[in-house]
Write a protein that binds this ligand. Sequence first.
Ligand code: SF4
Length: 236
Amino acid sequence: MSRAKTFPALPTFCPDADPLEIFRAGLAAANGPMTLACSFSIDDVVLIDLLKNHLKELTVFALDTGRLPEETYEVAETVSQRYGIAIQWYFPERAAVEQLEREKGLFSFRESVANRKECCFVRKVEPLHRALSGFAGWVTGLRRAQSVTREELAPLEIDSANGGLLKISPLLYWSDDQVTNYASENRVPVNRLHREGYPSIGCAPCTRAVQPGEHPRAGRWWWEGPEHKECGLHKR
Ligand code: SF4
């Protein structure tokens, strides 16, 4: 049986900490191979741009759920070319998707939270476990401002839900404006859905545009309450 890696005491950071300072501290604490999770949201591409001088120390992976919007594939290609990254794509297990769709149809996720979590598990969580296998840590574009479910996160955390590896979130304290300003000033490739009213982008059938004044994640699984708006990738 494999044992979870142990880490030294993790440093804490001020809310105005430089994302690179957080990343470097995480890299030192992990002391092993690292990977970066990219959904091709503006947050994740800003993170890649910020870490562009460190990309040789990381692999970059993405989860192709089979239900992503076309716009996400388009920006993925642009990001891959611009930063010279060979994206490590992970797909769901074919047999699990076939069974899910044969037994429950193509839109079972609209019927209940349990069905939605089942689909997210098959298409995202299980592939994530494979994507993280063998790494000492992973880097994410999570920010506290994204969701009520993320307000308690720390920049460096032990990710018990994923085998006890180190989870590093360099942008954790950044506001929406900091991200959009950075993207604009540095001409970061941005998913065009962000300009069409989609502040948060996931699978096509589970994402809609938001109205002015709505929470940025209001368009994700919009038929569910805010306390459920996680797909299981960032379980604590
Ligand atoms: S976001 Fe929707 S389509 Fe994508 S994995 Fe989750 S439930 Fe399935």
